[in-house]
Design a protein around this ligand. Structure first.
Ligand code: NAD
Ligand code: DAU
Length: 350
């Protein structure tokens, strides 16, 4: 029986991965290991928290002793590693947090896996979730492929690049069976409202300014989070050991065009006059070291495993807005900070 640690399972993408694995694979035990930083929210998982094949362990990946104890307690067979500090703006303000969690935390997990799985790594997988930001910035043309040279610019992307290198080093040096995937920008339900799309949705709801960095012509390739979870499921089960896979939406948007589309859809859904929300757009000082354009060539995972995004951007964005409008309590709890006590109520005081 597989006993799989999913790190960062209380976060945005991690919660979708946990839900998918818990619901699709009742024969597996899913162990959600999360430190519940500001980005971790167990309210993301209320619908599955009582399932018999799911457990939550509040633990920090920087703490090797605790991670070792979790391995022993459950006899962990595999790791799907998503826990990270994930916000570029925070990495500019506080780079060491990114080094500690993203680099040292990842190496801690690799070390524990190496010790616990000993020399026989057969049947064990260390699957590391990474980002397209490790490849740096594109000009107007071209796409990131799995062969693109690493060229990270922000402390966040540098820390993710370092963690990717460590994962490859443990494959090359010790033979631990690894897979890495590098994904483009995700969006969807449960997205923390510090990132562009949920921040803009929240601010439109509350008639607050929509900050657009620099000239607004920075370009990102957006993927619906549930399609990322499908890709992770596929790679966990069918990916080639030692390989890297790029995952993306084939869906490039300049930030300003994206914010304008959001304003249009939100005006319709909120019954506001067309053009109302776009008046909230405010150009602000640029992000230092801001990468101009990201765009993923997801041809490898498409050709080898048949994966492609299942929803169009218009469908995904509409579903995302609907989710935020229908989950005001979630949004209020996150913006007020109330979500932080969910663990105490549900777990500590049980
Ligand atoms: P998130 O910030 O929403 O969630 C991160 C989770 O990790 C949170 O639950 C947090 O509590 C947990 N965590 C943080 N530090 C921890 C620690 N030291 N120990 C244990 N848990 C800790 O992040 P996300 O957007 O869901 O991203 C998940 C992963 O996917 C990250 O590795 C990120 O680099 C990668 N990624 C994200 C995107 C994106 O668009 N969001 C795209 C590509 C790759
Ligand atoms: O590309 C994958 C990456 O996407 C992930 O690895 C990161 O974890 C994830 O946070 C995301 O990084 P970005 O920096 O691209 O996401 P963010 O939502 O912060 O910004 C998207 C774009 O919008 C970027 O060009 C900066 C801009 N922006 C962002 C915010 C928060 C604004 O113009 N205004 C804003 O208020």
């Amino acid at each position: 029986m597989k006993k799989i640690i999913i790190t960062g399972g209380a976060g945005f993408i991690g919660s979708h991965v946990v839900r998918r694995f818990v619901n699709r694979y009742p024969q597996y035990l899913i162990i959600n290991v999360d430190a519940l930083t500001y980005a971790g929210n167990l309210e993301n998982l209320v619908d599955i928290e009582d399932k018999p094949n799911y457990v939550f362990e509040k633990a920090d990946i920087k703490d090797k002793t605790t991670i070792s104890a979790i391995f022993d307690k459950y006899g962990v067979t595999d790791i799907v590693h998503l826990a990270a500090e994930s916000h570029v703006d925070r990495s500019i303000l506080s780079p060491m947090d990114f080094v500690y969690t993203n680099v040292i935390g990842t190496v801690n997990l690799l070390e524990v896996a190496k010790e616990k799985w000993k020399a026989d790594y057969t049947g064990h997988l260390f699957y590391h979730i990474s980002t397209d930001e490790v490849y740096g910035a594109l000009g107007d043309e071209g796409l990131f492929t799995e062969e693109t040279r690493y060229d990270p610019h922000s402390p966040y992307s540098a820390s993710k690049a370092a963690s990717d290198h460590f994962v490859r080093a443990y494959y090359d040096t010790y033979g631990i069976k690894t897979i890495i995937s590098n994904c483009s920008n995700n969006y969807g339900p449960n997205h923390f409202p510090e990132k562009l799309i949920p921040l803009s949705i929240n601010n439109i709801i509350n008639n607050k300014p929509l900050p657009v960095y620099g000239d607004g012509k920075y370009t990102r390739d957006w993927l619906y989070v549930k399609d990322h979870a499908i890709a992770i499921d596929l790679l966990f089960h069918e990916g080639k050991i030692g390989d890297t896979y790029n995952i993306g939406g084939f869906n490039e948007w300049k930030n300003i065009d994206l914010v304008m589309l959001l304003c249009k859809q939100m005006d319709e859904k909120l019954g506001r006059e067309p053009g109302t929300s776009q008046q909230l757009i405010t150009y602000v000082k640029d992000r230092p070291g801001h990468d101009r354009r990201y765009a993923i060539d997801a041809g490898k995972i498409n050709k080898e495993l048949g994966w492609k995004p299942s929803v169009t951007f218009e469908e995904g964005l509409s579903a995302t807005i609907d989710w935020f409008l229908n989950n005001k309590t979630w949004l209020n709890n996150v913006t007020s900070g109330a979500y932080a006590s969910y663990y105490d109520h549900q777990y500590e005081n049980r």
